[in-house]
Design a binder for this molecule. Structure first.
Ligand code: ADP
Ligand code: MG
Length: 183
């Protein structure tokens, strides 16, 4: 439906907004389908992210290296919020960081942070953030902010210190007790 609506649009900004909305709905569908078999159970983030990155790789046509530490299993709400944040980071890298003359390298890795927190880090070697970058002014990172808040986590996005490209991080509690209750 959104794709049909997009075909009728002449305004490029409106077309782009509809494309992004349709990509987000597709990503949510992929996440929900992957988690559907047992919504109550706890799921290994690393196993899930490997499958999710393979899906993104296919959809975007760009190789994504996915690796890292094995973290404790998480509930499906946390997994789906993390997956949607990763999808925003990855699509930003492809949309805003890619150079026409060089293929992009994208990495998704998991890390433990202390005994009760974990992190997923998405790194690209693209153009980097624009000088006037201000997080939260546009929809993608505003959505990231709300997904991250819902799991009591935090996110950070910055240029890589020594090379070109961006490093975007989502950090989250591994246990429900580390999570703030929704207001
Ligand atoms: N990996 C990246 N490489 C380069 N620029 C980025 C990257 N991620 C985010 N940005 C910058 O941050 C801005 C905000 O991102 P976002 O909130 O997702 O909005 P949108 O993708 O709709 O422009 C982007 O417009 C872009 O300038
Ligand atoms: Mg975006």
């Amino acid at each position: 439906m959104l794709i049909l609506a997009r075909r009728k649009m002449t305004d490029r900004a409106a077309q782009r907004a509809l494309t992004e909305a349709s990509d987000r709905i597709t990503a949510m569908g992929v996440v929900q389908r992957r988690l559907l078999h047992d919504p109550e159970s706890r799921i290994d983030l690393d196993a899930f992210l490997h499958i999710f990155c393979a899906d993104l790789e296919k959809a975007l046509g760009i190789p994504i290296a996915c690796h890292g530490e094995r973290l404790q299993a998480l509930d499906s709400q946390t997994i789906s919020s993390i997956a949607l944040v990763v999808q925003e980071f990855v699509s930003n890298a492809v949309e805003h960081g890619a150079r026409p003359d060089a293929p992009m390298t994208l990495t998704v890795r998991m890390e433990s942070r202390g005994f009760d927190r974990g992190a997923v880090i998405v790194e690209d070697d693209g153009k980097g953030l624009p000088p006037d970058f201000c997080p939260g002014r546009s929809l993608g990172l505003a959505l990231v902010h709300s997904f991250v808040q819902s799991i009591g986590g935090a996110f950070d996005i910055r240029n890589r210190p020594h090379e070109s490209g961006v490093i975007a991080t989502v950090e989250f509690p591994l246990t429900a007790t580390g999570r703030r209750r929704a207001p």
